[in-house]
Design a protein around this ligand. Structure first.
Ligand code: PMP
Length: 392
């Protein structure tokens, strides 16, 4: 039956992790990952999460099915985090949020929903983008192209090119936008750039799908929501996929959400009914644990404060590592401190990345992407030294 089935291409990052695991050198460093590590090189379990888990454990609640769209208190908290509690979108109910299996699950629900109503639309992702964006939208049946985004480490974003590509797109083209902490480049747009993007999306009648997987990892919870809120202010309908994988360090619990902003409360009810249809036929309803924990943290003032402090700690640590790289490597690498989030496009060539691996046991993606959040006070000096040698 399956004799003729081809082997699917391997995930390149998985291969990197395997090679890293097999490397015997004790100085080895894995900068290829997409995970935040603390200064001890561990994935943190946040104190706010631990507290919420204790409460949950003590309550010993039964594990019935959740509603298809997830926990109501969770969905409401997501909307407020994205748009701000006072946003008219929130107060007028012009949104629906469905708990999802991480940011990936949210993108997939959104993609399937859009395919049903806009079957002829094309999808545009940034060049470059998180590699799963293309695969996800293609698997939902869309043709996926790219819009210009990145120039070089020193020149940052190609705003003019991006705007030109969006202006040339057909109406109802779905445009996937990294709301903050662009993966893989670390290069973000400014608020003024975003205003221009919003203008073009509105003018050309494009469908914006904002992906925010790192809210709070750039400059702060509200600062990182600037793109989402500019779209909200524009009075148009759009979609947002969001994730707590990084901001709560809950990768394996799969906690994310799809939010659809629409024109009225009545429209919201109809959109929700269709999202539920997509979810019901995929996995029926989301799991209880992660959503319960996140809702409890976001909705309990003391836990919320604790989480915001811990989130600030992660954000500041990344910035400290960025500063350390720039300081150690000199003026040529000053761009690293202008990039945001976990990742940096370093400008290292594939050959230089290969040398890092062969000579120093430092693993990075061949595009030159490194995970700054995998640096720490112990390995920073070694990495700086090694990069200095391969770029000399
Ligand atoms: N979008 C982007 C841009 C990401 O980088 C990631 C995770 N690496 C996701 C979505 C998916 O996040 P999750 O792990 O919550 O599915």
């Amino acid at each position: 039956l399956f004799a003729a089935i081809d082997l699917a291409p391997r995930d390149p990052i998985l291969g990197l992790n395997e090679a890293f695991a097999a490397d015997k050198r004790d100085t080895k460093v894995n900068l290829g990952v997409g995970v935040y590590y603390d200064d001890a090189g561990k994935i943190p379990l946040l104190a706010a999460v631990r507290e919420a888990e204790k409460l949950r454990f003590e309550q010993a609640a039964a594990r019935g099915y959740l509603p298809i769209e997830g926990i109501a208190a969770y969905d409401a908290a997501v909307g407020k985090l994205l748009f701000g509690a006072e946003s008219p979108i929130v107060t007028e109910g012009r949104l629906v949020t469905a708990q999802a299996l991480g940011g990936t699950g949210a993108l997939k629900i959104g993609a399937d929903f859009l395919k049903r109503y806009f079957p002829a639309s094309k999808v545009l992702i940034s060049n470059p983008s998180w590699e799963n964006h293309r695969a996800l939208f293609e698997s939902a049946g869309f043709e996926v192209g790219t819009y210009a985004y990145y120039v070089s480490p020193t020149d940052g974003a190609n705003v003019a090119g991006m705007l030109a590509d969006l202006k040339a797109a057909a109406p109802q083209t779905i445009v996937v936008l990294h709301a903050c902490c662009h993966n893989p480049t670390g290069v973000d747009l400014t608020a003024d750039d975003w205003k221009q993007v919003v203008e073009v999306v509105k003018e050309r009648n494009l469908i914006a799908f904002l992906d925010i997987a790192y809210q709070g990892f750039g400059d702060g919870i509200d600062a990182d929501a600037v793109a989402v809120r500019l779209f909200a202010d524009a009075g148009i309908s759009f979609l947002v996929s969001s994730s707590f994988s990084k901001s709560f360090s809950l990768y394996g619990e799969r906690v994310g959400a799809l939010t659809v902003v629409d024109g009225s409360k009545d429209e919201s009810a109809r959109v929700l009914s269709q999202l539920k249809r997509v979810i019901r036929t995929n996995y029926s309803n989301p799991p209880t644990h992660g959503g319960t924990v996140v809702a409890s943290v976001l909705n309990t003032p003391e836990l919320r404060k604790l989480w915001e402090d811990e989130l600030a700690g992660m954000r500041d640590r990344i910035k400290t590592m960025r500063a350390g790289l720039a300081e150690g490597l000199g003026e040529k690498f000053a761009f690293v401190t202008r990039q945001r989030g976990m990742f940096s496009y370093t400008g290292l060539s594939a050959a230089q990345v290969e040398r890092l691996k062969e000579e120093f046991g430092i693993y990075a993606v061949s595009s030159g992407r490194i995970c700054v959040a995998a640096l720490n006070s112990k390995n920073l000096g070694y990495v700086v030294d090694a990069i200095g040698k391969v770029v000399a």
